[in-house]
Design a protein around this ligand. Structure first.
Ligand code: ADP
Ligand code: MG
Length: 601
């Protein structure tokens, strides 16, 4: 019998390996950028043509290669990053398999130019389908430039399977995003078909997120930081109210390596549970730093999966870290006693004692769903002030014997009667007592929350009550806005607007929601359109959420508005009947509770 087993030539072996490592232009982008990072570059420029099909070029100012290394780097399993088996358990570099360049060269025409600082000139090597075609010396700056042309030129099946240029470009941008996010101290650019798409300056993670996703992310992010012995978590989560309908901004990294991890993703989703509508997704940009010995990244060639030695521990720490970030944001008092001049008197000083105030234990409803149909509000979760709980005597304990202090908060005369339950401070904050202490409510934010939930319900049930306008106003728009408004008509009608299109660009406002009584309906609708336009392209917030948010922000009572005691009581009652009483639709904390014992001290 004759022997039949043959060793495959390298070029064939490389092509087979390439099938795994390089699936599309974006995979080559990832490998080349990671090599540049591993080379210690501080500036990395990516240039692509035809979504990478015609050309991918990565220019770095890293350590460069010697002539021998430049030749060797195209060999399979040629790597400078590990040399023995134990190294596999201490990987700090992005690459380590020594497969990428061999794979790319097997299926493309690659030109490498590289120079080390200590060398006078660089070397240029052209490698096509694993065959070195050219090797010359070239003058160049220190660093490395890889140019990959005609990817899959010798694998037509692969080439034909590539998706549309737009789809392939999306993949490239996604890889670019993953690499650049975790390396904010490095400058990056991405140029596509001659147009610069990204120019990212060195900075911190927050600046990098803003550079990638837009400067409006400044206000959307909450910092996360959690250190423990074996695990350290750092990064940002996107505030609950900016959660998106698409699984867009979910970025997990382990030791700066992008990973997908359903179980850990669940830890975050769970931490956000009652804050985000069921069909929205939390956004996050988090890096989990662990001892490389505690993970196994050697399980998949494209390396987006990672095995943790103790994944339960990581889950618990991650969950706690995100909870803490959300909690700190929601509970940080928006009423800043140090900054509000009017509050900065002995009255607030009496409350601002040397002891740290204990944060209220905020009851959260795990079943919260703003789209829930049934309109039965939950039982208020706070302690109603008991009739006999406080008398003017109680207040005197607070103020000592000084009767001159609370002049601003008190309505004249009748509010000093024993029936006083609610005080207005600075015409902006409602102060009342609850079992555990003093409740201080921001009236504007409280009303915004109440209206927000009301509008959401109306939008769901189309039962907004409208008020007939005696003199219908005309709202004239440009063609674009007019067609947008038309898109929104069903929702607006649900809220109580009665609009009639008089001509292609003019609408008559025949009725407005009762909550908008006395408000400039034209301005309100223009504001709604504006926000709709911004959010449609940017937040992709649900249209209803968006509408309810705009309406509630516009129509809620403002700070510096005097309220009667009855109005204050109603507002506080309505607030605590809300599904989420603690934060306003824009994420700001609505109230604080100042511990009574501390006040007495
Ligand atoms: P790996 O990154 O897994 O080591 P690659 O095939 O991606 O394997 O690269 C092979 C080797 O080529 C690397 O180990 C490194 O020594 C060298 N190399 C690749 N790209 C660069 C670069 N941009 N700058 C300097 N050296 C590089
Ligand atoms: Mg590599």
């Amino acid at each position: 019998m004759i022997d039949v087993i043959k060793l495959l030539p390298d070029s064939v072996a490389n092509q087979i390996a390439a099938g795994e490592v390089i699936q599309r232009p974006a995979s080559a982008v990832k490998e080349l950028m990671e090599n540049a990072l591993d080379a210690g570059a501080t500036q990395i420029d990516l240039v692509v043509k035809d979504a990478g099909k015609t050309m991918i070029m990565v220019v770095d100012n890293g350590c460069g290669m010697s002539e021998t290394d430049a030749r060797l780097c195209f060999e399979r399993h040629a790597t400078s990053k590990i040399s023995k088996a134990e190294d596999l358990f201490n990987i700090r570099t992005m690459g380590f398999r020594g497969e990428a360049l061999a794979s790319i060269a097997a299926i493309a025409q690659v030109e490498l130019k590289t120079r080390r600082k200590e060398d006078e000139v660089g070397v240029k090597i052209v490698n096509e389908g694993s065959v070195v075609k050219e090797q010359t010396l070239v003058p160049m700056q220190p660093g490395t430039t890889f140019t990959v042309k005609n990817l899959f030129f010798n694998v037509p099946a692969r080439r034909n399977f590539l998706k549309s240029p737009q789809a392939e470009m999306r993949h490239i941008v996604e890889e670019f995003t993953r690499v650049t996010l975790m390396n904010p101290e490095i400058g990056f650019t991405l140029t596509s078909d001659g147009k610069e798409m990204y120019h990212l300056y060195p900075g911190n993670l927050k600046q990098r997120i803003m550079g990638l996703f837009g400067s409006n992310y400044e206000e959307k992010l909450l910092p996360v930081h959690q250190e423990s012995e074996r695990v350290c978590i750092d990064g940002f989560i996107v505030k609950a109210e900016y959660a998106k309908k698409t699984r867009g901004e979910q970025y997990f990294f382990v030791n700066k390596r992008f990973i997908k991890h359903a179980y850990l993703h669940h830890a975050i989703e769970n931490a956000f549970l009652e804050m985000i509508p069921k069909d929205s997704f939390p956004g996050y940009f988090l890096n989990i730093e662990v001892d490389p010995a505690d993970i196994d990244i050697n399980i998949h060639p494209t390396k987006t999966e990672v095995n943790f030695l103790d994944v339960k521990l990581v889950y618990a720490i991650l969950h706690a870290a995100v909870r803490k970030a959300i909690g700190q944001h929601n509970l940080s008092p928006m009423i800043d006693f140090d900054e509000s001049a009017d509050l900065n008197n002995d009255f607030s000083a009496a409350m601002r004692l040397s002891n740290p105030l204990t944060m209220p234990n905020v009851p959260l409803d795990p079943n919260f769903n703003p789209f829930r149909q049934e309109s039965s509000p939950r039982e208020p979760q706070w302690e109603r002030p008991k009739e006999n709980y406080h008398t003017p005597g109680d207040w005197r304990i607070l103020y000592g014997d000084r009767t001159d202090i609370p002049e601003e908060p008190l309505e004249p005369k009748e509010d000093i009667k024993p029936t006083v339950h609610y005080l207005q401070v600075n015409q902006s904050y409602i102060v009342t007592t609850v079992k555990s202490g003093l409740l201080v409510v921001d009236q504007h934010l409280a009303h915004a929350r109440v209206l927000f939930e009301k509008f959401l319900k109306e939008l769901e049930n189309s039962n907004g009550v409208s008020q007939q306008e005696l003199f219908p106003q005309a709202l004239t728009l440009n063609m674009n806005d007019a067609s947008l408004l038309k898109e929104m008509l069903p929702e607006l009608e649900n809220l109580g607007f009665v609009l009639e299109q008089a001509n292609p660009t003019t609408f008559m406002i025949n009725g407005t929601p009762t909550d908008a009584a006395g408000c400039d309906a034209v301005a309100l609708l223009e504001q709604i359109l504006d926000n709709y336009k911004i959010n449609r392209t940017d937040l992709q917030l649900d249209r209803k959420l968006n509408l309810a948010k705009t309406m509630s922000a516009q129509l809620s009572i403002k700070a510096q508005t005097r309220l009667s005691e009855m109005e204050m009581q109603n507002l506080v009652d309505q607030l605590f009947a809300c599904n989420v009483a603690e934060v306003a639709p824009d994420g700001k904390k609505i109230y604080v509770i100042l511990n009574m014992e501390d006040c007495f001290k």
